[in-house]
Write a protein that binds this ligand. Structure first.
Ligand code: GUN
Ligand code: FE
Length: 433
């Protein structure tokens, strides 16, 4: 198979800066070469060293004034909510009733679902996101349409059908039994096919009966490497509601715990208001939390305490949570994440930011053997970031001396305009026009 090489500045994370210090957390080649073959990374290193070793005739694509990083990982997003991003005026529970449920109703129609899936994937790739953990709607057709669209582009994606058998409009509910059976059918069809993975997806505790949660827990254990994806402790009124609905449980997380829904490959969106005991339990079970800064600010949910949650050994990834999130761009998520930390008197250094958007997300999803950085053998999912994306970014980066200044400015000022090209499994899947 023909190898292809990409020459640019190259940056990727090797570890969490929190664990090994900033210096040892990443690898940077000012004039680097990324060699790709068979959809995987074959080699990475300094161009001067690798260029002479390439087989004669190997094509070398050069990107001056650009930085190659791993593709971004979005650990929580809703594809049916693409068309309702930026809906005015409500906090979580009213926002669901007013905007979300009516929007998701249309996904009973597979043709509509397919059209939205295309818009959604175009948007993810325009923003440099190559892997995401994705909510469908309650309709199994929504997940078929989504996975069919992903398969055509050979993307590594995780998704699932929403389980919701109470406290939602009739047109949008399943039952404990149909939810289980439909999920099972989708798992058999899609889980492990190419680069696709299935996630058992109860919407959140208030919209499932204990019977549905129990069957979801059963399903989660029936197949290897299945995911569990839901929401947790996002909003104060939501938490009170869960207490009222499940008075016999110790708290919100305990509802999921009791039904066998926590552990490796369980991903909980938000976790804004977790107590120490809940963080402890998430950490010791290998569960993950998706930090969704643009959403938590937009819905007025609260400020996520990254240091506290990570302090308990919890895996944390970054999520956009579109349509409550306000951007598909993980660079914009990092812009807001920085401010969420500032409001708590804390810092978010740019290498930690890069980690959250790439390797940290891959670890939260237990996919760091496949994605998250550009070590040889990993999927060749990467982005080319443009140092001259806008006149202001160009001007600001010219003043920036060390790499960390450039990287920080990109995470604050960057968005889809900063993504020059996106590659999935070694193929170009988006190029800025
Ligand atoms: N909690 C339950 N459903 C949702 C949803 O669709 N978005 C967000 N942000 N939180 C939720
Ligand atoms: Fe969400």
């Amino acid at each position: 198979p023909q190898a292809k090489a990409y020459r640019a500045a190259l940056l990727h994370c090797l570890a969490d800066p929190r664990e090994v210090g900033i210096e040892r957390s990443h690898e940077y080649f000012e004039d680097g070469l990324l060699v790709v073959a068979d959809g995987k990374v074959a080699q990475i290193g300094p161009a001067a060293e690798l260029l002479p070793t390439l087989a004669a005739g190997t094509e070398v694509v050069e990107y001056p004034n650009a930085l190659i990083t791993p593709g971004f990982v979005d650990t929580h997003i809703h594809y049916p909510q693409t068309g309702m991003i930026a809906s005015y005026g409500e906090q979580l529970l009213d926002w669901l009733d007013t905007y979300t449920f009516p929007t998701e109703r249309a996904f009973a129609d597979k043709a509509h679902a397919g059209e939205v899936a295309e818009v959604f994937l175009n948007e993810l790739l325009r923003n440099g996101t190559t892997t995401a953990l994705v909510f469908g709607s309650v309709h199994k057709e929504s997940v078929d349409a989504f996975f069919e669209a992903c398969e055509k582009r050979n993307l590594r994606m995780i998704a699932g059908k929403v389980l919701m058998d109470r406290n939602a409009p009739d047109y949008l509910t399943d039952t404990a039994e149909t939810g289980y059976a439909d999920s099972k059918e989708l798992i058999e069809r899609w889980h492990g096919k190419g680069r696709l993975h299935y996630a058992v997806t109860p919407r959140f505790a208030p919209t499932s009966t204990p019977e549905q949660l129990a069957l979801a827990g059963q399903l989660f254990k029936e197949y290897p490497n299945l995911y569990m994806h839901t929401h947790l402790s996002e909003n104060r009124k939501e938490i009170e509601w869960v207490r009222a609905l499940f008075p016999e449980r110790k708290g919100y997380l305990d509802v999921y715990d009791h039904h066998g829904l926590i552990g490796a490959r369980s991903v909980f969106a938000h976790g804004v208001h977790l107590c120490d005991e809940e963080c402890q339990r998430l950490g010791e079970t290998g569960s993950a939390v998706a930090f969704c800064p643009t959403s938590n600010l937009f819905l007025g949910s609260g400020l996520f305490d990254l240091e506290k949650v990570e302090g308990f050994g919890v895996r944390v990834g970054l999520g956009t949570d579109v349509g409550a999130g306000t951007s598909f761009s993980q660079l914009q998520s990092l812009n807001e994440a920085y401010k969420v930390m500032q409001l708590q008197g804390k810092k978010l250094d740019p290498f930690k930011s890069l980690y959250l958007a790439t390797l940290g997300g891959a670890r939260a999803l237990y996919l760091d053997d496949r994605i998250g950085n550009l070590q040889p053998g990993k999927d060749a999912d990467f982005v080319v970031l443009d140092y001259q994306a806008t006149p202001l970014i160009d001007y600001r980066l010219r003043q920036a001396r060390p790499l960390e200044e450039k990287l920080f400015a990109l995470t604050i000022l960057g968005d889809d305009r900063a993504v020059k090209e996106t590659f999935a499994a070694g193929e170009s899947v988006h190029r800025k026009g």
